[in-house]
Ligand binder design. Structure first.
Ligand SMILES: *Cc1c(COP(=O)(O)O)cnc(C)c1O
Length: 391
């Protein structure tokens, strides 16, 4: 074993402030959302060291919550391209348009970052069985990393989830639990199962590891822009795991003194108009969301009607100077097609929501003509090809 030099010190509940030791495995705690905390003073890290390392998101291991390299479960996730497209910038009407292409991860979405971190966390804690409810991509990612680690994985998913996601999760050897209805139905079955069987949950915000893995997207963005920040980041938001992760990266860069308060980017939430609980809350100035009745969108990855972390998400968006924007499924398809046609980057439908949202934000005057804008392409176009194609 060799040390990662992780500066992890403890876990802290975002809502109650209660703290837990790093070997605490009793997740999830009802009503709590645990966040890893680090001793930033002890960190001995330079930009040059991080720049020199390659291979996966674990290049940032000093600020990831795993102590021993032997516990890291990695398939080479992260280090995804940041593609600059002049043609797309002209179309949107901004100075620079950058696409963070998370489709180029091992199972073709950014869910791999969270799966790598949460399965590593499970291995670190000696856990041999994990479970989650998923719209599809998180289940595919978790089952791939569980397979690599030799950990059993239970996936609770609806029949209507994408074919690629269902088939690949099964092929990875996951125990599949198929449910009728929508994500909340898979969620209730999963929670009931969790009460009966003592499985370690790697569901959204049940572990402090998933958003921590997604934090590396923000660190990469900073490094890829030569240690500078964009003006705006548009994120297709479901449960908000990645939004928290990216925001946390910038908080840590402030802690490290590599960034000042004025230069943190505005974080914008993009959702589908068939399910937009966070956008509705942001527009009405509420502190938390109300559950979206009858969610109806083809963008399943962001079709989360009851995002439990909403008070935290709303705080983050407001503090960053960001907003919420919603677009129809048709506009999202147009967004993904526009990227394919003008930038060459293949987008999943969820990222189409974000790009179409960025176009709205430009029309609304939230973005200026010379702004630098990053859109997260959270997954590969092949995941949604039948929605996006016209043949
Ligand atoms: C899960 C998912 C999202 C939403 O992610 P959160 O971080 O939970 O908000 C967006 N896009 C795709 C492709 C996803 O799979």
């Amino acid at each position: 074993m060799s040390r990662t030099d992780s500066a992890l010190s403890h876990f802290e509940c975002v809502f109650t402030g209660e703290t837990y030791d790093t070997d605490f495995t009793g997740f999830p705690v009802e009503g709590q959302l645990l966040d890893p905390k680090y001793n930033y003073d002890e960190l001995d890290i330079t930009r040059e060291t991080w720049e020199r390392r390659h291979g996966s998101m674990w290049k940032y291991r000093e600020v990831l919550p795993i102590y021993d390299t032997d516990h890291i479960v990695s398939l080479g996730e992260g280090e995804t391209p940041l593609v600059s497209s002049d043609r797309l910038a002209d179309e949107v009407g901004v100075g620079r348009m950058l696409l963070k292409d998370e489709g180029q991860n091992p199972t073709n979405t950014f869910k791999d970052r969270g799966a790598s971190a949460s399965l590593s966390g499970a291995v670190q804690q000696g856990i041999d069985e994990v479970a989650l409810a998923t719209a599809g991509n998180a289940g595919q990612a978790a089952s791939a990393y569980a397979a690599h680690a030799g950990v059993d994985c239970h996936v609770f998913v609806n029949h209507q989830a994408g074919e690629i996601q269902k088939h690949m999760a099964e092929a990875h050897g996951a125990e599949m639990h198929f449910l009728d209805g929508k994500l909340p139905d898979a969620g209730s079955a999963f929670m009931a199962d969790l009460e009966e069987n003592d499985r370690y949950s790697v569901a959204t915000f049940h572990t402090p590891f998933r958003h921590e893995g997604k934090k590396t997207m923000g660190l990469e963005l900073f490094e890829q822009l030569d240690w500078t920040t964009p003006d705006h980041i548009v994120y297709p938001t479901g449960g908000g795991v990645g939004l928290v992760g990216i925001w946390k990266a910038y908080q840590e860069l402030l802690e490290l003194g590599w960034l000042d308060d004025e230069s943190t980017p505005a974080l914008h939430v993009a959702q589908s108009s068939g399910n937009a609980p966070l956008v509705r809350a942001l527009e009405s100035g509420s502190e938390a969301h109300t559950v979206w009745e009858n969610p109806d969108s083809i963008a399943r990855g962001v079709e989360v009607p009851d995002p439990g972390a909403s008070p935290w998400l709303i705080d983050i968006v407001e503090e960053s100077g960001g907003t919420g924007v919603q677009v129809t499924d048709e506009t999202a398809i147009e967004g993904a097609r526009t990227s394919a046609r003008l930038s060459g980057v293949e987008m999943c439908i969820e990222a189409g929501v974000a790009l179409a949202g960025a176009m709205e934000l430009r029309k609304d005057g939230v973005f200026d003509a010379d702004d630098e804008v990053v859109v997260l392409n959270t997954g590969a176009g092949c995941k949604s090809a039948t929605h996006i194609g016209r043949l």
